[in-house]
Design a protein around this ligand. Structure first.
Ligand code: SF4
Length: 199
């Protein structure tokens, strides 16, 4: 949406505005100072989409890997991939941030992976734990939580995600991402709409 996000701003934007899939990746990266390839790709392209420029992306990832990685390793193995994601290496492709459809269906995560969509790829127990620990607005026995889990059971993952958006933005059921009751189809729509609402 045209605004620049710096490495310093990511944490604040993540806490206030990231959709569940990206919040999960970001929180894990922060905790473990590590993400596997597909998780890095999913989060990295999303961050590009919110307006994190290449030089700030390099600062961000260097900081997140922290002392677990030497500068030498970072520069040799990771910097290239970050630059690649921004179309500055290799075939110089302009890679687009992944849509929900792509995240839900391509490169299915295994049990050791953190990429994907929590609504689709987490076990029901882990999903509840994740939601309760991430969103103070949600309660285990609340009707909102029931709505979310019902949508997951019927494989309407984007409906579950939209319900999270509504609950965390003080919106009523059915209001969706905006005036037309639009549902979540892209993580970058979720974050852009959330940031717009804050202004
Ligand atoms: Fe992310 Fe889309 Fe899943 Fe929401 S529905 S958590 S935006 S992949």
């Amino acid at each position: 949406n045209g605004t620049t996000v710096t490495a310093d701003m990511v944490d604040d934007v993540a806490r206030k505005h990231f959709p569940p899939c990206m919040r999960n990746l970001y929180d894990r990266l922060k905790r473990d100072h590590h993400l596997k390839h597909f998780a890095r790709l999913q989060l990295g392209l999303f961050l590009k989409g919110i307006g994190l420029p290449l030089d700030e992306a390099v600062v961000f990832w260097r900081r997140m890997y922290g002392a677990t990685m030497s500068d030498d390793k970072f520069n040799k193995e990771y910097k290239y991939n970050i630059r690649h994601g921004y179309g500055q290496e290799g075939k110089r492709m302009n890679y687009a941030p992944k849509s929900c459809q792509a995240i839900l269906t391509i490169n299915q995560p295994g049990t050791q992976d953190s990429h994907g969509c929590p609504f689709r790829h987490f076990s029901p127990d882990n999903l509840v734990i994740f939601l309760l620990s991430t969103y103070p607005q949600l309660d285990r026995s609340s009707p909102e939580m029931r709505d979310i889990l019902d949508s997951v059971k019927t494989s309407h993952y984007h409906v579950a995600c939209t319900r999270v958006f509504e609950v965390t933005h003080g919106l009523k059921k059915g209001q969706g991402l905006g005036p037309d009751g639009e549902t979540v189809t892209h993580p970058n729509k979720f974050v852009d709409r959330s940031r717009e609402m804050e202004r």
